[in-house]
Write a protein that binds this ligand. Structure first.
Ligand code: ZN
Ligand code: ZN
Length: 157
């Protein structure tokens, strides 16, 4: 569980808003389940998969199905409230929008950590990328072995 400031998320063109407000502004019917699913993801400092989100909401939503979690996450992604993060060959992971950041991905435990890299954010795309078309967004993914896994000898796996 992170600090209270993560209870609000930044949605493009919407500013920092709470879960209820996001769904309401996008004209999405506020169901208790949807709210709890979005709130759970907002409170998650990591990048959980749909299955992990399901496990986390289950104590609060005993009747929720994994399918509902999948469909809610899909919908939140479509309205731009959350992002899907694809790493390695793993299942999709999700995070609420936090503005530009990059990812440190552990190849051993598949943990994902956010990190800022303002120097990179200021760079213009190099000529091949500029020639390719119009760049809308991007982020860097650095892969390696995290501290915890290094301590456990995870780099030898
Ligand atoms: Zn690790
Ligand atoms: Zn992230």
């Amino acid at each position: 569980m992170k600090s209270a400031k993560e209870k609000n998320i930044t949605v493009p063109g919407e500013g920092r808003v709470g879960p209820q407000e996001i769904l309401r502004r996008k004209g999405i019917k506020l169901t208790h389940q949807r709210l709890e699913i979005l709130r759970t993801l907002m409170e998650s400092g990591d990048h959980p998969s749909a299955e992990e989100v399901y496990k986390r909401v289950k104590p609060r939503l005993p009747t929720v199905s994994l399918d509902t979690v999948y469909r809610s996450l899909d919908m939140f992604e479509k309205i731009g409230a959350i992002s899907r993060v694809e790493i390695l060959d793993d299942r999709s992971r999700f995070e609420t929008r936090k503005g530009t950041h990059h990812h440190l991905v552990c190849v051993s435990c598949k943990g994902i950590e956010d990190f800022p890299w303002p120097a990179v954010d200021r760079l213009k795309p190099p000529p091949p990328a500029a020639r390719w078309g119009r760049i809308l967004s991007g982020h860097l993914e650095l892969r390696g072995v995290c501290r915890d896994c290094l301590k456990r000898g995870g780099d030898k796996e």
